[in-house]
Design a binder for this molecule. Sequence first.
Ligand code: MTE
Ligand code: MO
Length: 414
Amino acid sequence: MTDDNTTIPARRRFLRRGFAAAVGMVAGHGARAEEASPPGIPESMKAPGADVGSQTYGQPSRFEEGVIRNVPKGLKQYISASSRTPLQDLDGILTPNGLFYERHHGGIPDIDPAQHRLMIHGLVETPLILTMDDIRRFPSESHIYFLECSGNPGFEAIKGKTASDLVGLVSCAEWTGVRLATVLREAGLKPEAKWVVAEGADSAAMTRSIPIEKCLDDALLVYSQNGERLRPQQGYPLRVLLPGYEGNMSVKWLRRLNVTAEPAYSREETSKYTDLMPDGTARQFTFVMEAKSIVTRPSGTQRITPGFHEITGLAWSGRGKIRGVQVTTDGGRTWQDASLQEPVLNRALTRFRLPWTWDGTSTTIASRAIDETGYVQPSFEDLTAVRGLKSFYHNNAVVPWRIAADGEVANGYA
Ligand SMILES: Nc1nc2c(c(=O)[nH]1)N[C@H]1C(S)=C(S)[C@@H](COP(=O)(O)O)O[C@H]1N2
Ligand SMILES: [Mo]
C-alpha cells in the first residue's frame, strides 16, 4: 500500500489538509493524525493488538468512558438514591446491564445466592422455602420488557437538561426466570387468595402488594438479565418483574411472597406511590405505566448543524405494543408518522426514526406515542388539566426539545 497523495482527487486532498490542520490546532498532532488517516497506515495495523483475555470481563472502549449512568446531584445519598440510563448515548432498544437505571431505598445489599431463600406462605396449601437451585429447576422463560420508575420524572422535575435527566429512569432488558404463576401453583393457592405481598431482603424491606390476576398472568421471578445473572443493583439473586407496571412493584432481592386476601397497605402504597388529585383525594394502586416517548437524538445539550438529521427516540407502553409514534418538527403545528424499528414488542422499548432536514431556524421538536389500545401520550398541559400539579408519580407527558438558531438543543419546558 502506498500513501501517494497525487492519486487522491483535489477536493479530498483539501478536506484532508483541513482536517489535519484542525486536529493540529487542538492536539498538536496534525502530522501524525494525517499519517494515520486513510489511505495512510494507522498504528493499529503495525503491531498486534492486546491479547485475548486481557479483560476477562469486557469493558467498553476507553473512548466511551463518558457513557455512564447519571446520578442526580443532591440525591447522591446511598440510602435512598437513583441513577439514570444515558438514553441519549444508546442505540437500539436494549439497555446494557452496566447502564441499567438503579433505584433503591435502602442501599444495595450483598447477597450470597447459596444462602438466599424465598418463602411462599399465607393462603397456600403448602408453604414453601425455596433455594436458588430450587427456583432454577422450574421451567424458564425469557422476555424483553421495559422497566420504568413511576417518578420518571416527577411532575416538578421537568426542568432537566438531558434526555437522561428527564426520563432516564426507564431501561429495557431481556429477562430470564420462572413465571410467578408456576411457583404459586406449586404452593397451591387457596380460593380466598387475592393478593401476593412481595418483600425484599434489603434494609428498606421493600414491600408491595400485587393483584393475583397479574401474578397469574405475565409476572416473572427473574434471576438473569441480558443473558447473565442479575447485577446486585438489579436485585441479585432474585427479583419480581411485573411487565408494564410501575418499577417500584418489581421487588428486588426477593425473599418472601405472602399470599393474602387484602393488600398490605405498606408505606409504598399509601404515603408513597399514590397520586394526589386536584380535589384532594388520592389515586391508589396506579399500577400501569401509560404510553410515553422521548426523542433521544437530537436532545438536550446536543448541538446540531443545518442539513440532514435522523430524529430518533424511544416509545413504550405498559398496556402492550406501540402502534405508532408521531413527531413534530414545527412546535406541534403538524405531526408526521415516524417509522418503528422491528420487532415491536409487547411492553418493551420501541425505537422510532424520522428523517429530517434542519433549515437552521429555531424550532421545537417532540414525539408522541400511540399504543395498541389507541391511547395517545398527552401534552403536559393536557395531563395537568386532569391531574393537577400536586401529583408526583406517573408523568408521561410529551417532552419538547427547543432548537436554537445556533443549533443548541435544550429542554422545551424550561
Ligand atoms: N427490595 C427493593 N426492591 C425495589 C426497590 C427497593 O428499593 N428495594 N426499588 C423499587 C423501585 S422504586 C424501582 S423503580 C425499581 C428499580 O429497579 P432497578 O434498580 O433494577 O432499575 O425497583 C423497585 N424494587
Ligand atoms: Mo421507582
